[in-house]
Design a protein. Structure first.
Length: 146
């Protein structure tokens, strides 16, 4: 029996059922035909946040950030590299706290950057402050299998 996971398309939000053993085979969205993994953090908004957090079977790492934040800008290339190396084990997303105040308020974001790790629609871990890629991977491995 094949084990399937649900993956939300970064292009159109369509929910795709992908065999777990095919996640590394560059799966494409059944609706748009575009890749399900883009090797780049996905921008989440008030409109699509819940869909990606609750409908994805993969863990989702969310970076709460702002354009004026120096440590957030330092963290951006780390998250770009993480997306390239850690997908499809998890999805990486970003929430601009300046533009998406509802989400920031809902999760009580008080300092940025803040990383929140979600699995099964629930927040399972949180860390504030900028990290380098080795520290990010170490922190993630404490909470999920990489």
């Amino acid at each position: 029996m094949t084990d399937f996971v649900h993956v939300v398309s970064p292009h159109d939000g369509a929910i795709n059922r992908v065999p777990r053993d095919k996640l590394n085979a560059n799966p494409v969205c059944g609706k748009s035909g575009k890749p399900l993994f883009i090797a780049h953090p996905l921008e989440l908004t008030d409109a699509n946040f819940q869909r990606y957090i609750t409908r994805s079977d993969l863990p989702v790492l969310v970076d709460f950030w702002a354009p004026w934040c120096g440590p957030c800008r330092m963290m951006a290339p780390v998250l770009d590299e993480a997306a390239k190396t850690l997908e499809p084990q998890l999805l990486i997303a970003k929430v601009n706290t300046e533009n998406e105040a509802v989400i920031s308020q809902q999760f009580g974001i008080r300092s940025i950057p803040t990383l929140a790790l979600f699995q099964g629609g629930r927040e399972i871990a949180r860390m504030s402050g900028a990290l380098q890629l080795p520290q990010l991977k170490q922190w993630l491995s404490q909470h999920i299998s990489l």
